[in-house]
Design a protein around this ligand. Structure first.
Ligand SMILES: C[S@@+](CC[C@H](N)C(=O)[O-])C[C@H]1O[C@@H](n2cnc3c(N)ncnc32)[C@H](O)[C@@H]1O
Length: 495
């Protein structure tokens, strides 16, 4: 008997006729305030491709030659760097904010990108004209009215190519519930004479609550963590997120049901390691293995145990051809590099050689097949292709699921030799000139302290590093320029 969730009946029913929206607080928000320019590593198609392939979607188009569609693309900060990275792929961004779309178009024109276009369109009325292989809907679903939520999922069901994949972000229950309850309270306390001393803004109230909560009980620690996160998001992000006019959360089971009603099948989370959420140990995960027969109940149990507040889930068409038995050998199709989590040592000689290689090539990623070839070379006559090949594939697969290894669709070469005349990519030069964050090769946005963009904007390859260092000394005496330059090089921002 599949799991059914009865608590908290959904506000969005698939059979409901679309309600007429009398006033639109979401539209008002985006016309009054500028949404911050953010790229989201979790939507990087190089990683989405890996996660979808691991889930068995073998025929998904490769990022180097595919069609990508983004809903709610704002001013294009997420899509533009992907379009610059994959010039043979086609990118379309869609947003109802005219201003955002104009800015995105201007930037794509300035950066000379001819493989990307931006459309002004309201998701509620938009009609898909051609299929896409990757669909990104980040920061949209939980923050729009119910009728638009319905349309977002309808579109996903209609626009995905046969082996296409949609990456949709949304807030999840029960984890989000405490955060949801804190929002009106924090608002009520802000600038309230009766709560003198707690603070005038929602951020300062959140900071006071974090101080007062302490961490003596699990609840207090949770309140503290939420309030600290609010402080971290700050006034640029909070009005669009926790404090947005609409900020809903949903049980995963409900979300998956809505998706299934539109012919979509859940594949897994966008980041491989999010399939094992924080707070759930690999041992607990193993104990839940029998639940694999009811994946929805398994996922809902994981959300309950971990208190997860947010998901970036992947969906494909229910009729998409899926491999029956994806084995760990799937890793042979990928490129690998060191992940962000340090893994415990292992006894196997092949694995320890492989790990040494990863450390040597870091921060680059190289093809798994090449890494295995080099491991075999190091092991010499003790290399046993069948045994060691299997062992390494199994280890890479598990390590990637724990975050100890980064897997990507293709290699990432970051050169470390000294930078005589540092150079940003044309797109990043325009980002810096427009005072937007530059985006690193792993799709992370990088904001530097005020004014440093001016230095970045001068890194067009025409000025020697010592001349830039001189300028840095005059304009930013506190800045350790050589270290900063090395940091930019490590992140592949300058070459
Ligand atoms: C919270 S922002 C997220 C932007 C970006 N995807 C990100 O995650 O950083 C939501 C975006 O969706 C757009 N949006 C909201 N409702 C929309 C609708 N009905 N049709 C099209 N775009 C919409 C807003 O203009 C805004 O750019």
């Amino acid at each position: 008997m599949p799991f059914r969730l009865h608590a908290n009946p959904p506000r969005m029913a698939s059979t409901l006729p679309a309600k007429k929206v009398m006033n639109d607080p979401v539209r008002e928000l985006y016309s009054e305030r500028r949404y911050p320019d953010l790229s989201h590593p979790v939507t990087d198609i190089s990683r989405l491709w890996v996660s979808a392939r691991v889930a068995g979607l073998a025929q998904l188009a490769e990022p180097t030659n595919c069609r990508v569609l983004e809903f709610g693309c704002a001013a294009g900060q997420n899509l533009l760097p992907l379009a610059a990275r994959y010039p043979k792929s086609d990118f379309t961004g869609l947003d109802f904010s005219d201003t955002a779309v104009r800015q995105a178009r201007q930037l794509s024109y300035d950066a000379g990108l001819s493989n990307i276009r931006f459309e002004t369109a309201d998701l509620q009325h938009w009609r898909a004209s051609h299929p896409c292989d990757f669909l990104i809907a980040h920061g949209v679903f939980s923050w729009v009215p119910d009728e638009v939520k319905t349309r977002v999922l309808d579109h996903c069901g209609q626009v995905l190519s046969e082996s296409g994949v949609a990456c949709i972000s949304y807030n999840t229950l029960p984890g989000w519930s405490l955060r949801r309850d804190l929002v009106p309270l924090v608002k009520a306390l802000a600038n309230n004479p009766a709560a003198a001393g707690l603070g005038e803004t929602v951020e300062s109230v959140a900071a006071s609550l974090a101080d007062m909560a302490g961490a003596n009980t699990a609840h207090a620690a949770n309140v503290q963590a939420i309030c600290r996160d609010m402080v971290k998001k700050g006034p640029t992000v909070l009005p669009f997120d926790d404090f947005a006019p609409i900020c809903d959360a949903v049980y995963f089971a409900q979300f998956a049901t809505w998706a299934a009603e539109r012919g979509l099948r859940y594949l897994g989370e966008a980041r491989l390691q999010d399939n094992l959420p924080d707070g759930v140990s690999p041992e607990a995960f193993d104990r839940l293995a029998p639940l694999a027969a009811d994946p929805i109940l398994l996922q809902q149990t994981l959300d309950l145990l971990s208190g997860r507040t947010h998901r970036n889930s992947l969906f494909c068409r229910a009729d998409a051809p899926l491999e029956d038995n994806t084995t760990t050998a799937v890793v042979m199709h990928f490129a690998a590099g060191l992940g962000s989590i340090k893994l415990p040592p292992v006894e196997s000689l092949a694995v320890s050689q492989f790990r040494e290689l990863l450390e040597e090539v870091a921060p680059s990623c190289i093809s798994v097949q090449e890494l295995i070839r080099r491991t075999a070379e190091r092991l010499g006559s003790s290399w046993d292709p069948a045994r060691h090949g299997r062992e390494l594939a199994g280890w890479i697969y598990q390590a990637a699921r724990l975050g100890g290894i980064e897997l990507r669709s293709e290699p990432l070469e970051i050169r470390r030799e000294s930078l005589a005349a540092p150079q940003l990519s044309p797109l990043n030069l325009h980002f810096a000139a427009a005072n937007r964050p530059v985006v690193d090769v792993r799709h992370f946005p990088c904001r530097f302290p005020d004014g440093h963009e001016r230095l970045l904007a001068a890194m067009d390859g025409s000025q020697p590093a010592d001349q830039l260092a001189e300028r840095a000394r005059e304009e930013f005496p506190q800045l350790d320029f050589p270290r900063w330059l090395a940091h930019l090089a490590e992140r592949g921002i300058v070459t």
